[in-house]
Design a binder for this molecule. Sequence first.
Ligand SMILES: [Zn+2]
Length: 94
Amino acid sequence: MRAKPQRTCVACRRKGDQATFLRIVAAADGRIGLNPAARLQGRSAYICRNLNCYELALKNRSLERSLRRQIPEEILQELKELIEVEDKKRKELV
Ligand SMILES: [Zn+2]
């Protein structure tokens, strides 16, 4: 088996496969994207798909520090909504 690149959650520092995290990208041109389908190139941060990590990242400004950039409010809101959907899905499976 080929080893997949490991990513680290900015909030809890958990390591895992890229697919287990949401990705936030700060492109060179200043745009910030979430889980970009269009392959936005730039500095990336990864976060677990759960609200605890979202809250923790907000509190510690982990995303800002990781991306070395202010995260616009609408991006944070969008991220929260994405995570809430994932969180809800997961709870329904239990
Ligand atoms: Zn995490």
